[in-house]
Design a protein. Structure first.
Length: 492
């Protein structure tokens, strides 16, 4: 992934600062509670939601198992329809390809559809370095761009901003990017939306190059799909003469019939709608209709490395609905910036360390950015067991071990700062393997419970500083079972 966010402090430090921002917490609490309440109502309307969820999981797992075959089929289908396919192993290669394609048109401006993939690779910054200005057209992305900010939510990038802050950003920054904000602009939603519409309209009519991502790619026909709520994306997809789409290789579905499942689950899980107001599909190029040239950049950037991990690969099922963010108690309080990635929240905590590796301080801390409450798994429309992957990645951080990086098997060293944890786990493993010692330790803990401290010493302070230690019972469970059942039912 791009180094845009690398160098940030580890999650605990970044989250501590965010939690101290009362305005941020208020914005997040209001927005996430509203979205998840609407989602729950939309999902409840579907009698076969569990079956749709299982179908989405199976379709994604099947596609990932046969990704090589479907990628070749997609390339053949796109090429047959008049498009050109480019392959990018990493962010640098993808950025170079896109910059060269834009330069070949002679243009120095592009309009963009909201795209997680282009944020992941830092495309806007790479184009700026080449003298090309990229204009975000999604309303929330526009707010982030004008405010020289970073997105903090997958679906609503400006979720950390309230209406007053947005009004101030429009007033002070719009004139530097094009049409200025209207005089006397207030913070009413209608006025803010109209200011954005007027600001963007001139860019839509002038731009010759559009850049998009893709929510889905249909292998059998070479069709790309983008779903949105505003219509700005469709303007970018249809008005420019050249369209460049950057999409992760995991976005494939085999057939149109498979796509039907996700067009039911994605809108309900993301915007709590029965269907997206704008569902745009395009297949190559057509004379007299839409862009005259279409380029598809297929992005790896750590995805095949993730695919090699039997536990972690389920993160590639993600359809970027953001439902997990809206129910996560950690995200609600810390916000998205603390995750140091364009993928915040629970899905970011398992996706970013796999795409980027766990060598950096921020990536090594992300698997711990969770209470493991399981709410994220319950709402995921493709049944990604995020807690399972979090525990798997925690083991990798603490113990090291084999992993795949850049297509090669490597042996990772344990991360620094976990020596005490490794020692504690080794001691626990030994104790559980020796029942007599475990029984003696439990009895000793019970008999000395009045002498035990309320907080842990040494490295344990980081754990007990934010939570109460569980109270030790007056007698161990084994002794209680022996006393109350008299050794019956095989009690020992």
């Amino acid at each position: 992934m791009s180094g845009t966010y690398l160098g940030m402090p580890a999650f605990p430090e970044a989250a501590r600062e965010a939690v101290g921002n009362g305005t941020l917490r208020g914005n997040l609490r209001h927005a996430t509670h509203t979205i998840r309440a609407k989602r729950a109502k939309a999902v409840a309307e579907v009698s076969d939601w569990a079956a749709l969820r299982e179908a989405g999981k199976r379709i994604k797992d099947h596609t990932l198992r046969h990704l090589d075959r479907y990628l070749v089929q997609l390339e053949e289908s796109v090429t047959a329809a008049g498009g050109i396919v480019h392959w990018a192993a990493d962010a640098d290669e993808a950025n170079r390809i896109v910059a060269e394609l834009v330069k070949a048109t002679g243009e120095s401006e592009v309009v963009k559809v909201k795209s997680m993939a282009t944020q992941e690779i830092g495309l806007n910054e790479a184009l700026e370095a080449e003298g090309i200005r990229a204009y975000e057209t999604d309303l929330a992305e526009l707010i982030v761009q004008l405010g020289k900010d970073r997105p903090s939510h997958i679906l609503v990038p400006a979720i950390h901003r309230n209406r007053g802050e947005i009004r101030d950003i429009f007033r002070s920054e719009m004139s530097e990017w094009g049409r200025p904000a209207p005089e006397g602009l207030t913070d009413t939603p209608a006025e803010l939306a109209e200011a954005a519409r007027l600001h963007l309209r001139e860019k839509f009519l002038r731009a010759k190059v559009g850049i998009s991502g893709a929510n889905f790619m249909v292998a059998e026909t070479g069709t790309l799909v983008v779903v949105e709520s505003e219509g700005n994306g469709r303007m970018c997809l249809t008005l420019p003469e050249t369209l460049i789409s950057v999409a992760g290789i995991e976005k494939i579905v085999p057939t149109w019939r498979d796509l039907e499942v996700f067009l039911q689950t994605l809108p309900r899980s993301s915007t709590a709608e029965r269907m997206n107001p704008y569902t745009s599909t395009w297949t190559g190029t057509t004379d007299g209709d839409g862009p005259r040239a279409f380029h598809l950049v297929l992005l790896d950037n750590g995805r095949t490395d993730t695919l090699a991990d039997e536990v972690g690969r389920q993160a590639l099922r993600c359809i970027r609905c953001s439902a997990c963010l809206n129910v996560c108690p950690v995200y609600e309080r810390a916000g998205g910036h603390a995750y140091g990635s364009v993928y915040p929240g629970p899905i970011g905590a398992i996706l970013s360390p796999q795409l980027r590796g766990t060598a950096s301080e921020i990536d090594a801390s992300l698997p711990y950015a969770s209470s493991l409450c399981g709410a994220c798994y319950e709402v995921c429309p493709v049944a990604i067991d995020i807690p399972e992957v979090l525990v798997h990645l925690r083991e990798r951080v603490v113990q090291g071990g084999t992993a795949t990086r850049a297509g090669n098997k490597v042996v990772l060293k344990p991360a620094k700062g976990h020596a005490a944890e490794r020692a504690a786990m080794r001691a626990a493993r030994w104790a559980f393997a020796h029942p007599a010692a475990l029984r003696a330790g439990q009895r000793l803990a019970s008999r000395t419970r009045r002498l035990q401290p309320r907080t842990l010493p040494g490295p344990g302070r980081a754990w007990s500083g934010t939570r109460d230690l569980p109270a030790v019972p007056a007698e161990p469970f084994r002794d209680w079972w022996q006393r109350t059942h008299g050794g019956k039912d095989g009690a020992k």
